[in-house]
Design a protein around this ligand. Sequence first.
Ligand SMILES: Nc1ncnc2c1ncn2[C@@H]1O[C@H](COP(=O)(O)OP(=O)(O)OP(=O)(O)O)[C@@H](O)[C@H]1O
Length: 296
Amino acid sequence: MNAPETLVKDGTTPPPGPPAPPGAATSRDDPSSPPPADPVVLQTRGLHVWYGSSLALKGIDIDIPRHKITAMIGPSGCGKSTLLRCFNRMNDLIPDCRMEGEVRFDGESIAGPKVDAVGLRRRIGMVFQKPNPFPKSIYNNIAWGARINGYRGDMDELVERSLRRAALWEEVKNKIHHSGMALSGGQQQRLCIARTLAVEPEVILMDEPCSALDPISTARVEDLMDDLKDDYTIVIVTHNMQQARRVSDLTACLMPDEAAGDGQRTGILVELSPTDILFTNPKDPRTEAYITGRIG
Ligand SMILES: Nc1ncnc2c1ncn2[C@@H]1O[C@H](COP(=O)(O)OP(=O)(O)OP(=O)(O)O)[C@@H](O)[C@H]1O
């Protein structure tokens, strides 16, 4: 995503709230101020994303609520991962990827050269499909990132706290200086979650975090997500509709735009609903067609 000079808004959609002035103090700067009252933590308006000349996402307007788990489902190639990467500007790292529209975090635009993308990714962490621990010890998988991010506190305490929070401590406490690569796939994924938690993000983006895991490891990660949502906002992309039903509070259904030209698969958001409603009484016939297997 290249930061656009001018943000383009879809005139058919309601505009977001007013942006905070650049450099304005936020509640995060002042520890005595109450947490933001706005229940929406991430918001897009009129979001379009292109890879080269190919339009991958069109006109996405979505509000992600704080301290909830929002799942994103939809057929392959309809732009779920692309949308996830818009939230912390990971698309900036993809050549030829360009976005127009607005993405707001805590009410402030994340686009533009003045926003520190690295700092943004610290506040909005990401867990990937394939566990990707560093080729370092379990301890250093956590300590390394924390040190780079300027952590000056008690590192042993941070490592233990992060591993406990990721429900991994009991399994690794006696081999903390062994390689993270020697853990099982499920343990590696929880180590990656612990590494993400160690830098104290507010939001965790998960891109199919269980697709490489066996059912028992999947259940452990799902239990962990449920436990984490009191303190974090989680957005998860999943192909597994049962998983979306089990873990999420809200579900967003993305579908290919029927109006797109031949050979184009452009994703649009057709529905965002409470998960129990989306799977039992969907508002949009395209959602119903997808969840009943009539569109894949
Ligand atoms: N790095 C990239 N370069 C070029 N095109 C890309 C890139 N990443 C994704 N795309 C294209 O953008 C569209 C959306 O891809 P994306 O991976 O976001 O969809 P998805 O819904 O997450 O798919 P899946 O469910 O298969 O993972 C696809 O047409 C894909 O080919």
